[in-house]
Design a protein around this ligand. Structure first.
Ligand code: ZN
Length: 345
């Protein structure tokens, strides 16, 4: 039996471009292994924008409430939930549905379970007042970490997995990050924490976002990064982290990487490629994909956010009530700000 209490939600209702609107939805019921979360803040992700502009490459269960970067208070717990109680301050992982018997789930890589369905595309997300969350997705956040920042744990985990889990960057490595969006800037910030020399690359109209990246101590480059890549010994950068929302940047990554170097692709783009991968072979380059994150990454990133070693404040461009989602999406889409944060009403 569904509740009659309603709240405003940012709903993506169809696969056509622009199919997002505010709808009143019922307060969700929870299962015995779930909690009900009252959302305090929810970040807008590049993938929310991709669903809005209909250039995404993943299946969406329409209509669906957007939003998978969120934190809030537990206001109800299911009958089989232990160790969590009303009032707990939490953030949630994104893998809302997984098959616990999948071999990948059994080794803790449930983020790679093909049956995984995430908040905001597979099940209702958090751009609304209440969201149903399986207790296994939850992480405590300390009191000193405000929700406005804590809700961005998720993109930080994406960056941590790309840079640490999937790239093994070492102190002194020369790292080039392609794309100064949220993930790119956070990848640059994490690479700095690893002791790397970091440059982030954008286009002419990325100036504002590149200035924000500077606050993380990286070099910023508009356009061609060849000079920086080859500055040391003429051979190229040790690591390229490709965080641009397109596939074609792989071509640039292959040019900038040194022989025996490493490319990690974390940015999405459904358009096909039209070039040869021969440089990958000739230069003996390792090409690595990076997707999502899992429990130990969340615990580690929450520690970094809580102790101030990783600071997301510079990327937050503003906080809007969810009814003003359009402005928040638009500003991010145009690159006027790096990250929009919403607040349910
Ligand atoms: Zn995201």
């Amino acid at each position: 039996m569904s509740s009659n209490i309603k709240s405003a939600a940012v709903v993506n209702y169809a696969p056509e471009k622009g199919s997002v609107e505010i709808r009143e939805i019922s307060k969700p019921d929870i299962g015995e292994e779930d909690v009900l979360l009252e959302v305090v803040n929810v970040g807008v992700c590049g993938s929310d924008l991709h669903q809005w502009t209909a250039d995404h490459s993943w299946p969406v269960n329409y209509p669906v409430v957007l939003g998978h970067e969120f934190g809030g208070y537990i206001i109800a717990v299911g009958s089989k939930v232990n160790n969590w109680k009303e009032g707990d301050r939490v953030v949630s992982e994104t893998a809302a549905i997984i098959n616990p018997n999948n071999p990948l789930s059994k080794i803790g890589l449930y983020n790679l379970d093909p049956e995984r369905k995430g908040f905001g595309y597979g099940v209702n997300g958090a751009m609304t007042k209440w969201v149903r969350v399986p207790a296994r997705c939850l992480h405590h956040i300390p009191d000193q970490l405000p929700f406005e920042q804590a809700c961005l744990t998720e993109p930080c985990c994406v960056a941590y997995n790309a840079v640490v889990g999937n790239s093994k960057i070492k102190p002194g490595d020369r790292v080039i990050v392609l794309g100064p969006g949220t993930i790119g800037i956070l990848c640059a910030a994490v690479a700095k924490l690893c002791g790397a020399e970091v440059a982030i690359v954008g286009l002419e109209n990325d100036q504002h976002r590149l200035n924000i990246a500077k606050q993380y101590g990286c070099n910023v480059i508009v356009g061609d990064a060849t000079n920086w890549a080859t500055e040391r010994d003429g051979l190229g950068a040790d690591f390229i982290i490709d965080a641009a929302g397109t596939s074609i940047t792989l071509k640039i990554a292959l040019q900038l990487a040194r022989p025996n170097g490493h490319i990690t692709k974390v940015g999405w783009g459904p358009q096909p490629l039209g070039f040869s991968l021969d440089p990958l072979v000739q230069k003996n380059i390792t090409l690595q994909g990076s997707f999502s994150h899992n429990w130990p990454i969340w615990e580690r990133v929450i520690s970094l956010l809580a102790n101030g070693m990783l600071n997301v404040k510079p990327i937050i461009g503003g906080v809007w009530p969810i009814t003003e989602w359009h402005e928040a999406f638009e500003k991010m889409h145009k690159g006027e700000i790096v990250k929009s944060v919403l607040k349910p009403i």
